[in-house]
Design a protein around this ligand. Structure first.
Ligand code: NDP
Ligand code: 2IT
Length: 451
């Protein structure tokens, strides 16, 4: 394709997006990554340009922002901000997680919602895209404080969501406990027991494998990538960041497939266990994080291994890297360190964990690089399966859901190859995922007219 015109197209489009919302760097980053890989395809398919599909896709269908007042255990009043970005409903009800973290703002949620639209499309399930959350920090809050916050948050959110309208789930800071409190309040307000949230407990409408799905799915995707080079996870040294939901189950699956997990982290630092985190040590991490809500440093103290204070884990020698904590946690310097130390694959459990400069480095190095919207789509895919089970009023077995998750990840991998294979045989998974995700949403938007 004409590189000059695609360069101009990218620049013009980014100027347009930045001029509309100048203070949203994370959103600009997510859009730029997509536009860079879509430009040639769009110029080759001008019907999408004439319909201004991309301009429509970067404009949320609706943004809801609201006040969330709550009182702590001492009776002090706090006011947080709640949001729901309803980004795109072309292929189904808005679907995407809720994040509770002090950094939450419109830029972060718009980047997540924009990525979610394309990710959900890749799953082949009928889900539009959305994201929401609050700048509330669940750390060091009692269960009662978290409950009161969730009830206040849901008191407003309830009027905007519904099983055919918008179906939220978890993300950073929102796990089983929070989904329980949110669901309880929704049910109370609406007097309705429906599948309005996913990630519910299995006793009350949740799906087996949903907690495991994002981490397992990321590892299934990594295994497919390795297969293209006649390789596998077995015997590989794996660096994982984070120690929350996604990191824990990515680690569990890597261990099951015979890989050696040598790192985990949280926002205070990383642990490096060269002997490998085995199932027993992982059970300690799960108890530490999910029950006691402690810090990963306690692992280093218990097993007498190295703690990298305030550092991310990318300086250690590894074959595979699975970033599973948060956005922009691998910068260009860290990306270079990874490839220099022999890392052959990066698969993203977290959303946008790699800066754009670092993405370019991975692609230029021609390593296997699996971007978030493909590699971590297993979480929302099983959310989609939870919605299906809720509608059918039945529950599938663990094996059934896991095998569906596995097929979905294999299928996403196939689509990435279909749209991302370059003339020299290298698969650019970023391009593949973006084009494959885009086409279905774009065609649906065209079919539904100017809405
Ligand atoms: P959790 O809240 O369970 O865990 C988050 C982990 O990341 C914690 O270890 C946390 O450390 C760390 N972390 C969070 N923010 C930062 C930060 N600013 N700097 C360093 N570390 C940080 O969240 P999840 O595991 O659910 O989510 C992790 C990532 O995966 C996110 O990017 C999320 O968007 C993405 N994701 C999640 C899905 C899901 O189904 N849950 C689905 C698809 C993607 P600490 O405890 O110190 O804050
Ligand atoms: O980023 C994500 O895909 C999620 N947080 C999961 C969303 C969902 O609706 O399950």
């Amino acid at each position: 394709m004409n590189t000059k015109s695609s360069k101009i197209f990218i620049q013009d489009f980014m100027n347009y997006v930045k001029s509309k919302d100048p203070g949203q760097p994370e959103f600009h980053q997510a859009v730029k990554e997509v536009v860079e890989t879509l430009a040639d395809y769009l110029l080759d398919n001008p019907r999408y340009l004439h319909a201004r599909i991309l301009e429509r896709m970067v404009e949320p269908e609706r943004i809801i922002q609201f006040r969330v007042p709550w009182s702590d255990d001492r009776g002090n009043i706090h006011i947080n901000r709640g949001y729901r970005i309803e980004m795109n409903s072309a292929i189904g009800p808005y679907k995407g997680g809720l994040r509770f973290h002090p950094t939450v703002n419109q830029s972060i949620l718009k980047f997540l919602a924009f990525e979610q639209v394309l990710k959900n499309s890749l799953t082949s399930l009928p889900m539009g895209g959305g994201k929401g959350g609050s700048d509330f920090d669940p750390k060091n809050k009692s269960d009662n404080e978290v409950m009161r916050f969730c009830q206040s948050f849901m008191s407003e959110l309830a009027r905007h969501i519904g099983k055919y309208t918008d179906v939220p789930a978890g993300d950073i800071g929102v796990g089983g406990r929070e989904i329980g409190f949110l669901f309880g309040q929704y049910k109370r307000i609406r007097n309705e027991f429906t599948g309005v949230l996913t990630g519910k407990g299995v006793e009350w409408g949740g799906s087996l494998i949903r907690p495991e799905a994002t981490g397992y799915g990321t590892v299934y995707f990594a295994e497919e990538m390795l297969k293209t080079r006649n390789d596998s996870i077995s015997g590989k040294i794996v660096a994982i960041s984070g120690s929350g939901n996604v990191a824990q189950f990515a680690a569990e699956k890597v261990i099951e497939l015979g890989g050696k997990v040598v790192t985990l982290s949280d926002s205070s630092g990383s642990i490096y266990d060269p002997d490998g985190i085995d199932s027993e040590k992982l059970a300690f991490v799960m108890e530490l994080k999910n029950v006691h809500r402690g810090r990963i440093k306690e692992y280093a103290d218990k097993y007498n291994i190295q703690y990298l204070n305030k550092k991310r884990p990318w300086s250690v020698k590894c074959d595979l890297a699975l970033p599973c904590a948060t956005e922009n946690e691998i910068n260009e310097e860290e990306a270079k360190m990874l490839t220099k130390n022999g890392c052959i694959l990066v698969a993203e459990g977290a959303n946008m964990p790699t800066t754009l400069e670092a993405v370019h480095h991975f692609l230029d190095s021609k390593i296997l690089y699996g971007p978030a919207k493909a590699a971590n789509a297993g979480g929302v895919a099983v959310s989609g399966l939870e919605m299906t089970q809720n509608s059918m009023r039945l529950a599938w077995s663990r094996e059934e859901v896991d095998s569906k998750l596995h097929s979905i990840m294999v299928n996403i991998h196939k689509m990435c190859i279909q749209f991302g294979k370059e003339p020299d045989g290298y698969t650019n998974y970023v391009k593949g995922a973006n084009i494959a995700g885009f086409v279905k949403v774009a065609n649906s938007m065209m079919a539904q007219g100017l809405v």
